[in-house]
Write a protein that binds this ligand. Structure first.
Ligand SMILES: [Zn+2]
Length: 385
């Protein structure tokens, strides 16, 4: 596979369907419209953090982002000494992280270019963390550049947003995503065009769908749920299955990371039995376990959320069929199922179902209802009479 993947020819190559944004950032690198604080917004999967990392690399590169030099490669990999990246696995960025970051931002860069501070989830800043950041942005240090990412401008404190230049990323079109998968990732045309449609413009998801059969199978199972909800028992089963799929997928990602982190912690304390029996070791271990649990919980919710978006695409497709909309369905390969669902319901019913899905999503994300419970009542609301 790697032999068919073309090498990167510029840091902007991995941004799909973002011509206008790339043009603005490219110019900024040359000094045109450059400023010390940027807010990159766009829907999930549009490539916000890719854009931030590409910009960071271009700012460190002598050629404005060649993609091949040491500066570009280390910046893109997140190991450049003058590029700090803050990403959060938990619900919020805590104040301590931000204090460290602000202190670091006040330092001169190690190299002779910029000190770039990337915050991937500026929408998850804790209030005190946001205030620390605001102060840093209000009193900029020469050569320090802040790159904040968030879904929309409204997700960030207005006082912060107003001091940033906003770069807006769009949902890339299916054809732009297909083209990216074929040309850049070296994947076959057929599976690429399926993945582009099914991912609804989410690049990471499109890549996973195009590359991995397991991911395609899990999606197929999820999009087949709507037509199978014909009895109360089926609804309960579907809820349980969905939680099962989310846990499976989460375990696959987190297991490796968890044991790696524990090994790192153990390495700090060495093999000294007394050190390991100490209170600080036990406290660190407890803290690590707590953080890992929170991260796993968040990932389960992320996966469930994505499954819901996949299911939702079936109802949207059904409405498209019912209203005679032209063009390809998101779930073109299961058009027969979609048509059957459309035949057995009205557009109003399907809109109500979509509403029920958003309600379940809110309940889970606001942590008020356990996922299984929220999904059970949602599935019942989706039941096909
Ligand atoms: Zn370079």
């Amino acid at each position: 596979m790697t032999s068919t993947t073309p090498s990167t020819t510029s840091v902007w190559d991995n941004l799909v369907g973002q011509t206008a944004a790339v043009e603005t950032l490219r110019r900024a690198v040359t000094g045109e419209g450059m400023t010390h604080a940027w807010l990159i917004t766009g829907p999930p999967g549009s490539g916000r953090s890719n854009a931030a990392m590409a910009f960071a690399a271009a700012l460190q590169c002598e050629q404005g982002g060649c993609g091949a030099c040491q500066a570009c490669r280390t910046a893109l990999a997140g190991s450049h000494s003058d590029v700090s990246v803050t990403r959060t696995e938990t619900a919020q960025i805590i104040t301590d992280d931000m204090r460290d970051l602000v202190l670091r931002a006040a330092l001169a860069p190690v190299g002779h270019r910029h000190q770039v501070m990337v915050i991937e989830d500026a929408d998850r800043l804790h209030e005190r963390a946001a205030n620390a950041l605001l102060k840093a942005i209000e009193e900029p240090t020469r050569r320090t550049v802040w790159l904040l990412c968030a879904p929309t401008v409204e997700d960030v404190l207005p006082t912060i947003a107003s001091r940033c230049r906003n770069i807006v990323l769009r949902t890339p079109s299916p054809s732009a995503v297909t083209d990216f998968l074929v040309r850049r990732e070296g994947l076959p045309e057929g599976v690429s065009s399926f993945a582009a449609r099914a991912s609804q413009g989410h690049i990471g998801r499109a890549k996973a769908l195009a590359r991995d059969e397991g991911t395609r199978n899990r999606r197929r199972e999820v999009v087949s749920i709507p037509t199978r909800l014909t009895s109360l028992g089926a609804c309960m089963n579907a809820a349980e299955n969905l939680v099962g799929i989310a846990k499976q997928e989460t375990d696959a990602i987190t297991e490796g990371a968890n044991s790696r982190e524990l090994a790192e912690l153990d390495a700090v304390y060495g093999s000294d039995r007394k050190a390991r029996a100490s209170r600080t070791y036990k406290a660190s271990q407890k803290e690590l376990a707590h953080g890992q649990k929170q991260r796993a919980r968040r990932r389960v919710l992320d996966v469930i959320d994505r499954c819901l978006m996949d299911m939702l695409s079936v109802y949207r497709d059904a409405i498209a069929v019912q209203t005679g909309a032209q063009g390809a369905l998101v779930n073109e390969e299961t058009r027969a199922d979609v048509t059957e669902l459309a035949r057995r319901s009205t557009p109003e019913q399907n809109l109500r179902r979509i509403d029920a899905m958003f309600t379940a999503r809110e309940q889970m994300l606001e942590h008020t209802v356990p996922p299984l419970l929220a999904l059970e009542s949602m599935m019942v609301a989706l039941r096909v009479p």
